[in-house]
Design a protein around this ligand. Structure first.
Ligand code: PEP
Ligand code: CO
Length: 442
């Protein structure tokens, strides 16, 4: 057995076994056809013919499995995808951190707080798939029954996402219905405001033109294909949903299309890499500022020994201040070894900082800066940045600071709703898409 860098301290092994036995009997959430199709799209993105947009909550909550929550998360992602496709002039592959993003790696397995003046240690909150956030022994005890509940909520979420995508989002094609009120905000310069307005006008008119072309193209446009992804952290859950399928070789993780390995579990000889190298899905690999180029090359070889197209997505999350020093060496070594990867930038996880009150926040400018620098580095090295990865929500939260909507440190109290990392709110996410679209389109 390879070491698991984030083992879940389950108190009852039999209960885990019976939960995973139930999971193993449930039908899959996704199909191998969809997974193979996504691999083909990723292979095209690796060649610069498509762009990938991945986004959603840091940690999905089981309680977020509601019509409003799913609709608003899906809507912001689809709107961003349209804005990006318009600027980049390439189709965008849409991937949610949806329907399974219920488990979180933690820096410490235990959390200590003062309770009635005395320090008390309890297991950390590992996400709704494992335990509950309240700081009580009952809530924090890892409960294997939650593995089954997570599957059920993923199934309900995905069912609704599929229905919405099949029916087409009526107001997606009418940017006049989008919430673009940030255009009016005072902190935007006149020039940027004019650019945003021109972009959304042109976007609206191209969409109307396509609609006028006839029903087929409208149908094609509105029947959006949407893929799911989550961090493959809890191997009990992932393996129970890993299956063989008729007439195909290998093993598929049928809980999601694009599982990824987190920065904390990517050890070359660890349990997660061992699991991921055995599945046929495309695989994401998150790497931070401390990544050694030789280690990256070893990981790339381990996860994709035959250098198959569409297989590996490398998600860099360096932090705006580190990207210039670390990214070029990584891009160079992969390129000179002739390895096929899709480079994606996650500008969120390297830019987390404490606000004065201790809560985690991220600045809109730092996020944008990491994207800007990453794009410049890829351009300079003749490489293609083929995607972006965001933590965001469709709601009006106040967790990240900045952007034209003008969230300040003082506003964090208004609606700081995340249990984990700070997310871009609706307006920040849409503005980010406009800025990226402009930069990538140049
Ligand atoms: C995440 O994506 O929520 C996460 C924990 O990322 P990373 O592994 O990059 O820290
Ligand atoms: Co996160």
């Amino acid at each position: 057995m390879r070491p698991d860098a984030q083992p879940i301290p389950y108190p009852q092994a039999e209960a885990v076994a019976s939960a995973t036995a139930r999971l193993a009997q449930f039908p899959p959430l996704v199909t191998s056809w969809e997974i193979e199709r996504l691999k083909t799209l990723i292979a095209e993105a690796q060649e610069g013919r498509r762009f990938l947009l991945q986004g959603g909550d840091c940690a999905e909550r089981l309680d977020d499995c509601s019509a409003e929550s799913v609709t608003s998360r899906l809507k912001i992602l689809l709107q961003m995808a349209l804005v990006l496709a318009y600027g980049i002039r390439r189709p965008v592959i849409r991937v949610g951190r949806f329907a399974g993003q219920y488990a979180k790696p933690r820096s410490h397995p235990f959390e200590t707080r003062l309770v009635d003046g005395a320090p008390r240690s309890l297991p950390s909150y590992f996400g709704d798939m494992i335990n509950r956030p309240a700081f009580t022994p009952e809530a924090r005890r890892p409960d294997p029954g939650r593995l089954v509940e997570a599957y059920q909520h993923a199934a309900m979420t995905l069912n609704f996402v599929r229905s919405l995508c099949d029916a087409g989002f009526a107001d997606l094609h009418h940017p006049e219905y989008w919430n673009l009120s940030f255009f009016a905000h005072a902190s935007l310069s006149e020039e940027v405001r004019r650019q945003y307005e021109a972009m959304s006008r042109e976007l609206a008119s191209s969409l109307r033109f396509m609609e006028a072309l006839g029903e087929r193209s409208v149908d094609d446009l509105s029947r959006t294909t949407f893929y799911t992804s989550h961090e493959g952290l809890v191997l009990e859950y992932e393996t129970a949903l890993t299956r063989q399928v008729p007439r195909r070789e290998g093993w598929y993780n049928l809980s999601t299309h694009l599982p990824w390995i987190g920065e904390r579990t990517r050890q070359l000889d660890g349990a997660h890499v061992e699991y991921f190298r055995g599945i046929a899905n495309p695989v994401g690999l998150k790497i931070g500022a401390g990544t050694d180029p030789i280690d990256l090359l070893r990981l790339v070889d381990r996860l994709n020994p035959i250098n198959a197209p569409g297989k590996l997505v490398v998600i860099t999350r360096m932090g705006a201040d580190n990207v210039n020093a670390t990214l070029p060496g990584l891009v160079e070594i992969v390129r000179s070894a002739g390895k096929r990867v899709l480079w994606v930038c996650d500008p969120m996880h390297g830019n987390t900082a404490p606000a004065p009150d201790g809560r985690k926040t991220r600045s809109f400018n730092a996020i944008l800066e990491e994207l800007d620098r990453t794009i410049d580095i890829h351009r300079r090295l003749g490489s293609w940045l083929g995607g972006v990865h965001f933590e965001l929500t469709g709601d009006d939260v106040t967790e990240c600071i900045g952007g034209a909507s003008g969230v300040t440190e003082a506003d964090l109290n208004n609606n700081y709703a995340t249990l984990c990392d700070p997310r871009l709110n609706y307006q920040q996410a849409l503005e980010m898409a406009f800025l990226l679209s402009r930069k990538l389109g140049n």
